[in-house]
Design a binder for this molecule. Structure first.
Ligand SMILES: [Zn+2]
Length: 298
């Protein structure tokens, strides 16, 4: 009897652990894009990795021209270098700021030369560190108007979220000859911002797209559905030779980085894969919508 109750105890403990671990988005619907199958849960897991992945430095590297990767294994942070100071996109979690600083230094630049801090969207894994970066660098913090209410709520350690300039859809940010254009690609958050710029390499100019997440939530309300419908069209309209995203898995960074290490042509120049992430997320968006509509039928 004693042995049996022990087994029951172990079973119930492991069951409750499995239930806790299973929280988050559901494992349906599933979509298959270019031979790979995704569910809302698998996309989130792909994006976030483990807690260790979120805080472990990924080797900093040049993506193209004056654009460098300075983030962790699963949370992107991009440095854009100009003769008049640098731009940082995404501070990620506040606890990652020292790691980003280290990556900026290892790339050969000074953290204090960051003059402008931008973000892709008002979630803690992308912009929680804004106040810390502002404290360390004095950078001007600029953000899309529609994300301002959510960013004001983001106060790590009680620090007010810095807001120096509010941007609107289509507005550009220029520093030292580099211009970034802010495109409102709402849905994941109200002010989700996709940035575009041009980079020079080998005497050629390339269109670079820095995507905001297009991952749909579990429940699609009519306003959010409208936002996504507009955003997928918008993202598809952007000229693109190099696509990156706010999670490295959105552009298969690990594979491209391995190719970069082996030499040859720049693997980040990959127009054929520019729309892959939009294809995955748009398929998922329509699958969630269809599931939701079916469930609502009497
Ligand atoms: Zn997010």
């Amino acid at each position: 009897m004693k042995k049996l109750s022990m087994i029951v105890l172990i079973l119930s403990v492991s069951l409750s652990y499995a239930q806790t671990a299973g929280q988050g988005p559901p494992d349906h619907p599933s979509v298959t894009v270019q031979g790979r199958t995704y569910t809302p849960r698998s996309i989130l897991a792909r994006n976030m990795g483990t807690p260790e992945d979120q805080t472990t430095q990924f080797p900093p590297h040049k993506i193209i021209g004056n654009i460098y990767y300075v983030g962790t294994r699963t949370l992107s942070s991009f440095l854009i270098v100009t003769p008049q100071g640098n731009i940082l996109i995404n501070s990620t979690y506040e606890r990652n700021v020292p790691t980003i600083e280290k990556s900026v230094q290892q790339s050969g630049f000074k953290f204090s030369d960051i003059k402008i801090l931008l973000g892709t969207h008002a979630h803690g894994d992308h912009q929680e560190g804004d106040a810390a970066v502002k404290q360390l660098t004095g950078a001007q913090v600029m953000m899309m108007a529609e994300d301002v209410p959510a960013l004001r709520e983001m106060k790590p350690g009680g620090k007010e979220h810095p807001i120096d300039k509010i941007l609107h859809d289509g507005e550009s940010v220029t520093l030292g000859g580099t211009t970034l254009v802010a495109h409102l690609t709402a849905g994941h958050t109200r002010g989700c911002t996709t940035w575009t710029t041009k980079a020079q390499e080998g005497g050629k100019t390339y269109n670079v797209v820095i995507n905001c997440s297009l991952r749909p939530p579990n429940v699609l309300t009519p306003p959010i559905t409208d936002e996504f419908n507009r955003s997928f069209k918008r993202v598809r309209s952007l000229p693109c030779d190099v696509q990156v995203g706010d999670h490295p898995a959105q552009y298969d960074m690990q594979t491209k980085y391995a190719k970069l290490r082996s030499g040859g042509r720049n693997p980040f120049i990959d127009p054929a894969s520019c729309k892959l992430e939009a294809d995955i997320e748009e398929a998922m968006f329509h699958a969630i919508l269809a599931e939701q509509q079916k469930a609502a039928q009497p």
